[in-house]
Ligand binder design. Structure first.
Ligand code: UFG
Length: 331
């Protein structure tokens, strides 16, 4: 299959490109390098031993996007491109709505024009909102999202549903990710957040590498086994494989799948596992809760196993080992 991957040089996109090539798909990447680096392209070619067609275009530029479809006989699209920083989206909502929504609309319109009707969309567990209690199951309604970032994901899901309702020759798969972490075993690609990280794992990495002094653990008085927040951390390589399975195995129609392990892990458990497998210390202190954080959530991943034959294979130990391996190589 010839697959266009938008945002294919980003964290999840790049790992998915590796898995797509592994399964002998042809890959075309479009990425505006807003939140990624061109060096990743060469690393992807090194890992796969294959060459990859790349366009440094912005999806907001519909004419350029159109030219990609005109030049290539594309079969399907995996759509990762989008802004993803929760805090920034609260400060700059218009920037998030403009970028994430208009770029997706452009993509869907161009796909329709060229009669490409198979898309896998990168959504998030954040669309379940705060009303539901875990495990999150796909049959639950989307809830009230906690940030403009989350709202763009929920709005795009709705857009895709309306599109499918209008024309059921589309094949649409919505993947709701839980907490993506980890890095490729090669140590060549991994997560590269801009500036001081907001998310737990990248912050732990910086502290372990001596670039930041201390991790703040946001609250130890949640109603969870050790009082710290519980999340469903998923190795990015498992997540990437989920996209390939979705392309290969999604039934006709519009389908939604949780991509998570189904297992909740607390902040303290993650930190102590990281220390143990990598034989080092992470300096931390307990501080107040972070506004907007939920005590706990994790996936019910049974639908993905049943319908697309996917489940996580990597352990929390693998996650901690691979993330540190990448960080060490890139200090
Ligand atoms: N945490 C800390 N210290 C930190 C950072 C995080 O204790 O420095 C804690 C949080 O309080 C939370 C857990 O670690 O309990 C995970 O926090 P992250 O920021 O890593 O992840 P979130 O669950 O808050 O957010 C993630 C994604 C979002 C997505 C959201 C819901 O980063 O993109 O899940 O799916 F919207």
């Amino acid at each position: 299959m010839r697959v266009l991957v938008t945002g294919g040089l980003g964290f999840i996109g790049s790992h998915t490109v590796v898995e797509l090539l592994e399964e002998n798909n042809e890959v075309i990447i479009v990425d505006n390098l807003y939140n990624s680096k061109i060096e990743v392209l060469e690393k992807l070619e090194r890992i796969s031993g294959k060459s990859i067609k790349f366009y440094q275009y912005d999806l907001l530029d519909k004419e350029k996007l159109d030219s990609i479809f005109a030049e290539n006989n594309i079969d399907s699209v995996i759509h990762f491109a989008g802004y993803k920083a929760v805090g920034e989206s609260v400060r700059e909502p218009l920037m998030y709505y403009t970028n994430n929504l208009i770029s997706t609309l452009n993509l869907l319109e161009v796909m329709k024009k060229y009669d490409v009707r198979k898309i896998v969309f990168s959504s998030s567990a954040t669309v379940y909102g705060e009303q539901e209690t875990p495990k999150y199951v796909e049959t639950m309604k989307r809830g009230e999202t906690a940030s403009p970032y989350g709202t763009t994901k929920a709005m795009i899901e709705k857009m895709l549903e309306d599109l499918y309702a209008s024309d059921n020759s589309w094949n649409i798969t919505i993947l709701r990710y839980f907490n993506p972490v980890g890095a490729h075993q090669s140590g060549l690609i991994g997560e590269e957040p801009n500036g001081i990280p907001n998310n737990l794992m990248p912050y732990v990495m910086k502290v372990a590498a001596g670039k930041l002094e201390q991790l703040s653990i946001f609250g130890n008085d949640y109603p969870t086994p050790d009082g710290t927040g519980v999340r469903d951390y998923i190795h990015v390589v498992d997540l990437a494989k989920g996209h390939v399975k979705a392309l290969q195995n999604s039934p006709d129609g519009l389908n939604v799948y949780n991509l998570g392990s189904g297992k909740g892990v607390s902040v303290l458990e993650l930190v102590t596992t990281f220390e143990k497998v990598n034989e080092l210390k992470v300096n931390y202190k307990i501080v107040d809760r972070r506004p907007g954080d939920l005590p706990e959530y994790y996936a019910d991943p049974t639908k993905a196993l049943k319908e697309i034959d996917w489940k996580t294979e990597k352990t929390l130990e693998d996650i901690c080992k691979d993330t540190w391996n990448y960080q060490k190589n890139n200090i």
